[in-house]
Design a protein around this ligand. Structure first.
Ligand SMILES: [Zn+2]
Length: 282
């Protein structure tokens, strides 16, 4: 009887889960963990090459926690890789993680990154390749090359607003580098991870018409007119900089970014929430 009463209460109650926060934990460089309720998405971590100490890498402790699925990594369902560069990607460690991911645990990344992961001992069954036709598209972001990709994970029985949606679309980083940007929506919060997008070369129209509550961008966006323009085109979004050189002090970062919000310290967290969208038709 008590069970039935609880069940009815769940069916009738307003969706309390909607109020549960989406939490971001910063790992290193552009590595972040997004958690909401029972699921988590890891982006651009682990990583293995600091480029002679220029960029920060995850600590040994946090890499072990990832591999062992210890907190805060016990609920990782998807790992998203923007591109193969070693300050974003670590094929060897990822190959150790696959079998330990929770059910449906999946690595999404470029063909080059996934090939490296397979060579390092990873399993094809743990991966999804976002697209596409390299010859035709060249990964410069032409609209017809969108991989709207719909890797979707839903918490059963609670409706689409309680799921995780992942949408991968290419934006230019460098010649010959397949580079993906990801929109992750969880807990009603839409987060865009821009990876190493080069704003002066990227065709941002690939994301036209999509709303973001949070935009995670490499700090160089603020040094280029096209980068600033992209951020200013999303005034509703909370924008947070990362990929900041490891040796930079807080004072230097504050000055360089003119006070913009940023991520730089392993383990720092943010609570993310939905922005009020003034123009519902967009
Ligand atoms: Zn990078």
């Amino acid at each position: 009887m008590r069970k039935l009463a609880l069940y009815l209460a769940l069916m009738l109650a307003p969706p309390a889960f909607a109020d549960e926060p989406v939490e971001l934990t910063f790992i290193a460089n552009e590595g972040v963990l997004l958690e909401w309720r029972t699921h988590a998405v890891l982006i651009d971590s682990p990583a293995s090459n600091s480029y002679d100490g220029t960029y920060s890498l995850p600590s040994t402790e946090i890499v072990e926690a990832m591999v062992e699925q210890a907190p805060p990594f016990q609920r990782v369902s998807f790992i998203l890789s923007t591109h193969i560069h070693g300050d974003h990607f670590d094929a060897a460690t990822l190959s150790r993680m696959c079998n330990k991911l929770s059910s449906n645990g999946t690595l999404l990344g470029s063909n080059a990154a996934i090939d490296a992961y397979i060579v390092a001992g990873g399993h094809e069954r743990c991966v999804i390749r976002p697209s596409g036709n390299e010859d035709e598209c060249g990964f410069t972001g032409e609209p017809h090359c969108r991989a709207e990709y719909g890797a979707t994970l839903r918490v059963s029985g609670l409706g689409p607003e309680f799921g995780i949606d992942i949408d991968a679309r290419p934006l230019f980083h460098r010649e010959e580098i397949e580079h993906w940007t990801y929109r992750v929506e969880m807990g009603g919060v839409s987060v865009l991870h821009l990876g190493d997008t080069q704003p002066q070369m990227a065709d941002f129209s690939i994301w036209d018409g999509v709303d973001f509550d949070v935009i995670l961008y490499p700090y160089w966006f603020l040094q280029m007119a096209e980068g600033v323009a992209f951020l200013e085109a999303h005034p509703e979004a909370r924008t947070i900089a990362f990929h900041i050189p490891a040796a930079a002090t807080d004072a230097e970062i504050m000055e360089a970014l003119d006070g913009a919000e940023y991520l730089h310290t392993e383990g720092e967290t943010r609570i993310l929430s939905a922005a009020p969208h003034t123009n519902a038709s967009e």
